[in-house]
Ligand binder design. Sequence first.
Ligand code: SIN
Length: 277
Amino acid sequence: MSDYQTITVEPVTPRIGAMISGVNLSGDLGNQQFQEIHDALMRHEVIFFRDQHMTLDQHKAFGALFGQLDVHPGSPGPEGHPEILVIHADENSNHVAGDSWHSDVSCIAEPPIGSILHLNTIPEGGGGDTLFASAGAAYDALSDTLKAFLEPLTAIHAGEQVYRGRYKHQGIDDSGKTYPESEHPVVRTHPVSGRKSLYVNETFTTRIPQLAQKESDAILKLLCDHIKLPQFQVRFKWQKNSVAFWDNRSVQHHAMWDYFPEVRSGYRVTVKGDKPA
Ligand code: SIN
């Protein structure tokens, strides 16, 4: 018998990703349905929904079931909705959010537990998929010798090289601003599942302070290249009104910008987290 009574959960790959149906995210979820969505997220690390119609308030209400919502350190939300991150690219864009492997905002001291992205416009000619990688599966595949070497290490995650000047086109002058920088363990343990995963990413992670610079660069490259191997990934093909909900504690993602100059647009809410352990 299925573990789920109120939703249908179909794994997309055995390692990561599941499609959820039988739920309307804009409505009131009962305790049981909330718990089952939470369980599916813990088990599959990223979950996908189709045909969801949510206002910004409904999107925030769904996210708030999982914890307090975060406000992005660089990008302002729409008027009256500071907790909403606008995801938008068109013919005027010179970058898109998430166009390299990362775990969201890992530069802050308590990075978000999860992010929920709802897209309302997708490129007509296709493209704009999001790739997700299980950093837990990537950790499991390392040798015991490398795992033991990584265990006591920490890494610096910085926002400076990611965000500086990025929101100029929105009229934001960040010249007086300091972007967050934090030190996190290289291997973190998921607080719910107890599973270990690699917690370094090529967007935010700049250095392993216990190593010489050349050693740090080489180890970070090795780990970031390893996480990107296709066997740890699921690739999500968006439709209008799809939702993806990923667990930033154990998943990295990459938004593919292969659709320029077409439009891809939507909104994300981000659920606050705690200090990686
Ligand atoms: C992001 O949240 O990093 C962007 C993901 C996406 O646009 O697919």
